[in-house]
Write a protein that binds this ligand. Structure first.
Ligand code: HGY
Ligand code: MN
Ligand code: MN
Ligand code: MN
Length: 411
């Protein structure tokens, strides 16, 4: 491996900070929801930078963007890297954007070195990885990997009923290319860990072995709106009390299935949300995760049982929907080995790790040998505006990515 393969950490950091200005929030994070004008601005900036780096650009019908650097033999399947540019409403400047801009930095570095890989290299933006504005998460890489069909992807709607298809057309990123169905030789994604392990263990690089499975549910409890004053406690059908009992139960399911289990109620809407009216209708979400598929199924059954118990206890009606199931993932051994080899060549402290978060790499793993590179984030905090990483760690992760990609792009 050419020993002078070193990225420009200052340039990567400057690109990250410039990208972070798009949707910047007061607390130093970003709010760049999928397919908003801010997402478009971020995409436009990435496309501009990639064109300046000599890449050709292709956009598919899910708005996935692929910047391509030709290889000696351009007929060969590319080695691809990428992540997402959409964020959580109170997101951080590294989640997703780091992996997207590492792809650009790999291309810029190869240009600087006039280094020609055998295979083409592609840097990608995957649409709507977060699953915040449009559920589920990772839907566009899911269509690329054949997990969802195109109509399902385009018909995902936000809380105002706007669909991904409409919004892609509105921002000008409803591309011509079919989604997926083309060979990818290997896929790598660089990402912050979004948890506390690497920082606590003082390791620079996470050699990601796989990712835990996820199950997402949407639940609506319907009781009876009534006056908070004259309505006796024993006759109430209080949907919010029912939801409160489930929220506590979901948290307990997380604690009862340790190690690893995660269980979260992240969204809740109570109506009519008036201080002197007994809540008649409550919508809430459940996010369950575990690296063992059987335990994840057991947790899902326990969550359903908790909902049934709350319905019975409070004389409610229920609509209970599982909206997403993403099974646990084990990444490709040869790609994981390439990440490990690059890490060791560069002498970085490292740790084998399972991703607690979902990533587009989880779906790409179905259609190409795939692996990920993690770097620490401050305090293990992510999906929070204070999310932070260091320039050194960002550079280290990108150097590992570069080596892993070059190794596979010359094979
Ligand atoms: O929820 C997740 O794991 C990812 O951030 N979409
Ligand atoms: Mn992410
Ligand atoms: Mn995220
Ligand atoms: Mn993610």
């Amino acid at each position: 491996m050419a020993t002078n393969l070193k990225i420009n950490a200052d340039r990567l950091w400057d690109s990250l900070m410039e990208m972070a200005r798009i949707g910047a929030t007061e607390k130093g994070g970003v709010c760049r929801l999928a397919l908003t004008d801010l997402d478009r601005q971020a995409r436009d900036l990435f496309v501009k930078w990639c064109r300046e780096a000599g890449c050709s650009i292709r956009i598919d019908k899910m708005g996935n963007v692929f910047a391509r650097r030709p290889g000696k033999d351009d007929s060969l399947a590319p080695v691809m890297t990428g992540s997402h540019i959409d964020s959580q409403p109170t997101g951080g400047k590294f989640d997703g954007a780091y992996g997207v801009l590492c792809g650009l930095e790999v291309i810029r570095t190869l240009n600087d070195l006039k280094y020609e890989t055998l295979r083409p290299i592609e840097a990608a933006i995957w649409t709507n990885e977060e699953g915040s504005r449009f559920a589920p998460a990772m839907v566009a890489s899911g269509v690329f990997a054949g997990v969802f069909d195109l109509d399902y992807g385009l018909s995902r709607a936000d809380q105002e009923g706007k669909t991904m298809g409409d919004e892609l057309k509105r921002i000008g990123y409803y591309g011509d290319d079919e989604v997926g169905g083309r060979p990818v030789h290997a896929f790598f994604e660089a990402h912050i860990e979004q948890g506390p392990i690497l920082e606590a263990e003082k390791k620079t690089i996470g050699i990601v072995q796989g990712a835990q499975g996820q199950r997402w549910f949407e639940v609506t409890f319907t009781g009876q709106e009534a006056h908070a004053g004259p309505t006796p406690m024993k006759v109430r059908k209080d949907a919010l009390v029912g939801a409160a009992q489930v929220i506590a139960a979901i948290n307990q399911i997380g604690h009862d299935n340790q190690p690893f289990a995660c269980a979260t109620v992240g969204m809740i809407n109570s109506s009519p949300n008036s201080r002197n009216v007994i809540p008649g209708k409550v919508f809430f979400t459940i996010d369950l995760r575990h690296p063992d598929d059987e335990v994840l199924s057991k947790m899902a059954a326990e969550a359903k049982a908790a909902c049934d118990a709350a319905v019975a206890k409070n004389r409610l009606e229920m609509d209970f929907k599982e909206i997403w199931y993403s099974p646990p993932v084990k990444f490709d051994a040869s790609c994981v080995a390439a990440v490990k080899k690059g890490t060791e060549e560069l002498g970085f402290d490292n740790l084998d790790i399972i991703s607690g978060a979902g990533h587009d790499a989880c779906y790409m793993n179905r259609v190409a040998p795939t692996a990920m590179v993690f770097i620490p984030c401050e305090g293990g905090i992510s999906h929070n505006e204070i999310e932070n990483a260091t320039k050194e760690d960002c550079g280290a992760g990108c150097d590992v990515l570069l080596r892993a990609m070059v190794e596979r792009a010359n094979a």
